[in-house]
Design a protein around this ligand. Structure first.
Ligand code: SAH
Ligand code: TYD
Length: 405
């Protein structure tokens, strides 16, 4: 295969097998026609980008029935308020009539904070259903993909922007050359491109291989961001580690030459080298860790079954699609998955077809053991499920190691 960024010849270091659409929760009638692709992940030794060999077409993943609504987590609401305040304080304060664009604005969880301050803003969101939700929260939203055509449209209709923001979407987009060109066209001279995504360093450290699924065509590091966007006229000028989604990184980029890079950028690049994020050996080790994690998880769930324990999963996450299909865990080991998102309920999980049920089932008849698929929201969920735990309910988590407690 060719590296998606620098066209260097590369080979996958891990084969997860056939995978369905991670957010493709489905009804029984659609089992027969379910789509699968080979999920192979590769590392490029030249530009240091971790990437999927194949990715389904964007319109198979992002459409009018998109299943992920950002507002399901209270902690994420707080996080996005903090993100908005940070952008405002650092880059917008004192500006005359600033204009903020967000790529992948989903249900408006970030932009509503600008809307409430009467700041000119625009969400670019191709999934119509989540975009409709955003409009209900006063967020100006256009239903389309961000690309060079959209950039032209924005310039004609709204003019240039001071900042382009994104969260958990840059890593979804295969053609970053086009995105960089579009961003460069829309941003004014001193404009900034700011985005956060799950961080490769955390994934490697925690063996959180479930960060890899169809939408995540890239798992970024500071090294890869510097190389990718450096090729397309941007410079990485600052970064800020985040605790969200199991460990993320916020990257701040400017057009080349318009700002001086902060010291922390160089420090992080060095740190990543020390971690071996530039070395194929790291990914070989990661593959072995994934295999161990898979074996341990299957073993622990089989023990639960042997002991006649009722096991339920918490959070029908996209990440869990990778776990279930890679480990081949089905409804014989997990009774159902509890989730608060209405569009996922009364459907089945992609590929392994475990029923997804309303959270009320979990409350009404608590299981013996709960496997925490939404492990990135552990703090919020542990607080919320304090009573379950106090009453003797057990948990299984697989990150950073498989354990029951
Ligand atoms: N920013 C939100 C949503 C992340 S999910 C959060 O962090 O919670 C990714 C979102 O990006 C989805 O709503 C999806 O529809 C949207 N998306 C995917 N590809 C896109 C593209 N090329 N341009 C704009 N949005 C895109
Ligand atoms: P999340 O981990 O945010 O995303 P991803 O799909 O990217 O892996 O998904 C969390 C899922 O868990 C989402 O479907 C909502 C659900 N959820 C609950 O059911 N209860 C909760 O208390 C929380 C925080 C999330």
């Amino acid at each position: 295969m060719k590296c998606r960024i620098c066209t260097n010849s590369i080979e996958p270091f891990i084969f997860f097998g056939k995978m369905p659409i991670a957010n493709g929760f489905l009804i029984e009638n659609d089992f027969q026609n379910e789509f699968y692709f080979d999920m192979n992940t590769a590392f490029c030794e030249k530009c240091f980008t971790v990437q999927l060999e194949h990715q389904p077409n964007p319109d198979m993943m992002f459409h009018e029935n998109y299943a992920f609504f950002s507002r399901q987590s209270k902690k994420m609401k707080d996080h996005f308020k903090e993100y908005a305040d940070w952008v405002f304080k650092n880059y917008l304060i004192g500006k005359n009539d600033p204009f903020v664009i967000e790529i992948g604005s989903n249900d408006g969880i970030l932009l509503e904070n600008f809307s409430k301050k009467n700041i000119r803003h625009l969400g670019i969101e191709p999934s119509a259903n989540v975009g409709n939700e955003a409009r209900k929260h006063g967020v100006n939203t256009e239903t389309r993909f961000f690309n060079t055509d959209t950039a032209k449209h924005i310039l004609n209709k709204y003019g240039s922007a001071d900042v382009i923001l994104a969260a958990n979407v840059m890593c979804h987009i295969p053609d970053l050359k086009n995105i960089a060109e579009a961003a460069s066209n829309v941003l004014n001279k001193n404009g900034l491109l700011i985005f956060e995504d799950p961080y490769l360093g955390d994934m490697i450290e925690k063996t959180s291989y479930d960060q890899i699924y169809d939408e995540h065509v890239y798992i970024f590091s500071a090294m890869s961001i510097k190389n990718i966007f450096g090729k397309y006229g941007f410079e990485l000028i600052n970064l800020l580690p985040q605790s969200t989604h199991g460990g993320s990184m916020r990257y701040i980029l400017s057009k080349k030459g318009s700002y001086k890079a902060e010291k922390i950028v160089g420090e992080f690049l060095l740190k990543e080298k020390k971690m071996g994020l530039d070395s194929p050996k790291t990914y070989e080790k990661f593959r072995k860790n994934c295999e161990k994690s898979r074996n341990d998880l299957i073993k622990i769930l089989e023990e639960e079954k042997k002991n006649n324990n009722r096991v339920v999963a918490y959070g029908a996450t996209s990440k869990s699609t990778t776990i279930l299909n890679y480990c081949k865990i089905g409804a014989d080991l997990i009774e159902y998955i509890s989730d608060t998102t209405p569009i996922k309920q009364n459907k089945f999980s992609p590929g392994m077809h475990i029923p997804v049920k309303n959270y009320s089932n979990f409350i009404e008849a608590p299981p013996d053991t709960t496997i925490l698929f939404a492990w990135n929201h552990a703090e919020e969920i542990m607080e919320k499920e304090n009573k379950y735990t106090k009453n003797g309910g057990k948990w299984i988590v697989h990150v950073p190691n498989v354990k029951k407690f």
